[in-house]
Ligand binder design. Sequence first.
Ligand SMILES: [Zn+2]
Length: 194
Amino acid sequence: MTLPSTYADRNCSLARSLEIVGERWTLLIIRDAFFGVRRFGDFAAQLKIPRAVLTSRLKFLVQEGVLTRDDDASGGVEYRLTAKGIGLWSVIRALMNWGDTFYSPSGVKRAERHDQDGGLLDHEGRCEDCGLAVPVPEIRIEPGPGFDLTDSDHDPVSDAIRTPRRLLEPIMRPRTLAAAGEGDLGAPRAAGRA
Ligand SMILES: [Zn+2]
């Protein structure tokens, strides 16, 4: 996972950051955490990532202090972004904007709005209505004109992510259903041990 220590430019914080997040799955896991995914089984289903890879990436992100791993009362496990992890939103935003500009001819895939007043955010995260640099918990994300519904999965987590919602707001299946579902997802415990 980490780059070899012979990596050419040690005196560069971009190189250092890429040792943490410079891998495709890692940024997608972090993106989904912003969208409110917290459980191993939900990350796995949403990303279609091999479970062993997901286990290793989550473990690494917890080690690096990007995510926390908490046991909840019902015996489940939740992964949540730390303040350090939340600091990556500007990175994800920049890459999304870049992708929209060069690879999404029909418009933005996802729009950011200021939840309080509904104002659209510009590429720097500033509300076009009130002018505020909107903090992450006040950002509402919603499908934009470039979002292709036909090219999208239909499961509870995907449906929740498609619905306009604030970042970090947890996507939670009801507790009882979650507890019942954990068996076939078979994941959080295994993730913890690995
Ligand atoms: Zn605003």
